[in-house]
Design a protein around this ligand. Structure first.
Ligand code: AMP
Length: 217
């Protein structure tokens, strides 16, 4: 199946988790700006060095850097089969540029999906989130007993920006800069609202039911 979807939600709403599952289910590109930036930081590129100063304190990387990064990413051939944006747009200025970016490859987003989640769930999910040092799989230690990555057995570590003080900053930045993007989407795109405080499987099923109607294949 081929769809073009923008996943929107607070930190901890499950965007990354659901995007990875939908990528598998539909065979479409999962474009996570956070993942791309973390890769740039790990490789020590110019973009990575600039981005790290913002990411480490939980603020947003400037729009011009993100927009150029997205322009290049959307030009890659895997986007022809459909895509899921995860972590972009994060500001109204980015949202306003989305249409011209996707027009550049002769496409338009089918819909925005808003993952609504209550604050208590966000805090619980983010404080229990660990990432595997070896394969980057995300796990939640609140829901498991063993201390190793379930995929590769690697060591689980706290993502630096999941430290409690940085999480508080990311939530404040989300409320000030990203929440207005929801309204922008409601005015300009089809929007699907999902209750994302439920279990992973329940949310995936709700997404699957809602997205089937946009199939281009
Ligand atoms: P994420 O993995 O989506 O939570 O992103 C991690 C960090 O990368 C964020 O806290 C921001 O510093 C940065 N970032 C990711 N996506 C964007 C974006 N679209 N605009 C600005 N900064 C971003």
């Amino acid at each position: 199946m081929s769809v073009r979807i923008v996943l929107l939600g607070a930190p901890g709403s499950g965007k990354g988790t659901q995007a990875a599952l939908l990528k598998e289910m539909y065979g479409i590109a999962h474009i996570s700006t956070g993942d791309i930036l973390r890769q740039e930081v790990a490789e020590g590129t110019e973009l990575g060095k600039k981005a790290e100063t913002y990411m480490s304190v939980g603020t947003l990387v400037p729009d011009d850097l993100i927009l150029e990064m997205m322009r290049l990413r959307l030009l890659q051939p895997d986007t022809r089969r459909g895509w899921l944006l995860d972590g972009f747009p994060r500001t109204v200025a980015q949202a306003e540029r989305l249409a011209s970016l996707t027009n550049g490859i002769g496409q338009r987003a089918d819909a925005g999906v808003i993952l609504n989640v209550i604050p208590e769930v966000v805090v619980r999910r983010l404080s229990g989130r660990r990432v595997c040092e070896a394969c980057q799989t995300i796990t939640n230690v609140v829901e498991m007993k063993a201390g190793a990555c379930p995929v590769c057995g690697g060591k689980l570590v706290l993502r630096p920006d999941d430290e409690p003080s940085v999480v508080r900053k990311r939530i404040a930045v989300f409320d000030a800069q990203t929440r207005p993007v929801f309204e922008f989407f409601r005015r300009n795109y089809d929007v699907i609202e999902i209750d994302a405080s439920r279990s992973i499987d329940e949310v995936t099923e709700a997404l699957r039911l809602a997205l089937d109607r946009y199939d281009h294949s």
